[in-house]
Design a protein around this ligand. Sequence first.
Ligand SMILES: Nc1ncnc2c1ncn2[C@@H]1O[C@H](COP(=O)(O)OP(=O)(O)OP(=O)(O)O)[C@@H](O)[C@H]1O
Length: 148
Amino acid sequence: MEKTFVMVKPDGVQRNLIGEITKRFERKGFQLVGAKLMVVSNELAQTHYAEHKEKVFFGDLVEFITSGPVFAMVWAGENVVATSRSLIGKTNPSEASPGTIRGDFGVIVDKNIIHGSDSLESAEREINLFFKQDEIVSYEKQESTWIY
Ligand SMILES: Nc1ncnc2c1ncn2[C@@H]1O[C@H](COP(=O)(O)OP(=O)(O)OP(=O)(O)O)[C@@H](O)[C@H]1O
């Protein structure tokens, strides 16, 4: 089953949005297979955001993501990578549609509440960066009995 990495950023945790966000993914029909509250180290932040190393906002981005606890999750389901990005909405909350997480709860781009992997390759890379293999559960034996 396809998996993706989703993270409630420090602003989302501080604003008590963990329940609201997990509810939206559950209601959609995706399965939570890994989750933890954690503080991102400077090293992990630099690795996670390596593609933005040359950007002017890189320093602020690393400082922000390490500034407080994040809620890291792995969600599983059909087409979960692309559909999660739809649930999350555009990067800049001012452009994100109402009904999306960023559209409903965000205002500015540097505090946009949540991260979701943007491709299958990023999802695999990010899951492995944030989670050990034994922190992800498998529901494979039960899958045939699931109701969608
Ligand atoms: N112009 C900007 N100024 C400040 N921060 C920015 C800017 N553009 C992007 N960011 C921050 O960098 C993050 C990564 O940017 P990216 O273009 O990868 O967007 P994204 O894939 O939608 O976001 P994320 O990777 O957090 O899910 C954004 O979520 C945002 O927090």
